[in-house]
Write a protein that binds this ligand. Structure first.
Ligand code: DC
Length: 223
């Protein structure tokens, strides 16, 4: 059986930075499930499907072939054969992903892919429903969070470094809205699994969070 680590939490809590580093330390594979939902969102945007058009989303999602390959240990997301990894982390794609990821048909398709990856290798997987739905038997489950303000600042800096024109207040509002959508949706809402450990990264560096997760993992391994 493979050993899996599940990291869930709201947008901007630092999941991907931390998960990537934990995976590197343990020689596990890092799986960024948000990128899969973003690739689906990009496909829907390109098909000019409205975020509120549930029937349109359900009809279109079947034709989006999303696969994962690894290049130099980094996850690359392929959308119908095109590597779209570099164009997924925009606000437009994120806002569409927040809506389209609530769709049961979209989730069914991507969860199956995620479970397959976790069966084939030891993974550190991050997302919203990894501990609750995707990998209920994960060896370690972490619920990583931070205050809305801290998360907005982090996203603001990330986008600014990429040269996007951004406004902190707008990002804070977007994060709040996305939190509401992720937590209140009917299908697989964001919530802490009963057996997940809560880590609040507001006052922690990424290194400290990584150390904490490695400590928990090693403690479990030796138990
Ligand atoms: O983590 P992120 O911002 O890249 O995620 C993009 C969107 O996908 C976000 O609105 C939540 C959704 N998502 C999800 O519903 N389930 C996951 N396992 C991962 C992401």
């Amino acid at each position: 059986m493979t050993a899996n680590i599940a990291i869930d939490g709201p947008a901007g809590a630092g999941k991907s930075t931390v998960a990537r580093r934990v995976a590197r330390e343990l020689s596990f594979i890092y799986v960024d499930t948000g990128a899969m939902y973003r690739a689906m969102a990009l496909y829907l945007i390109r098909q000019k499907i409205d975020a509120q058009d549930t029937a349109g989303i359900e009809e279109a999602c079947g034709a989006a072939d999303i696969t994962i390959v690894y290049q130099d240990g980094e996850q690359q997301v392929m959308l119908n054969g095109e590597n779209v990894t570099g164009i997924l982390r925009t606000e437009e794609v994120g806002n569409m992903a927040s809506v389209s990821s609530a769709n049961a048909k979209v989730r069914k398709k991507l969860v199956a892919l995620q479970q397959k990856l976790a069966r084939e290798a030891d993974v550190v997987m991050d997302g919203r429903d990894i501990g609750t739905e995707v990998l209920p038997d994960a060896k370690v489950k972490i619920y990583l969070t931070a205050s809305v303000h801290t998360r907005a600042l982090r996203r603001y800096q990330e986008l600014k470094e990429k040269g996007e024109e951004v406004f902190l207040e707008k990002i804070e509002n977007d994060i709040q809205k996305r939190d509401e959508q992720d937590k209140n949706r009917e299908n697989s809402p964001l919530r802490q699994a009963k057996d997940a450990l809560l880590v609040d990264s507001s006052e922690m560096t990424a290194d400290q969070v990584v150390e904490e997760i490695l400590r928990i993992y090693r403690e479990r391994e030796n138990a």
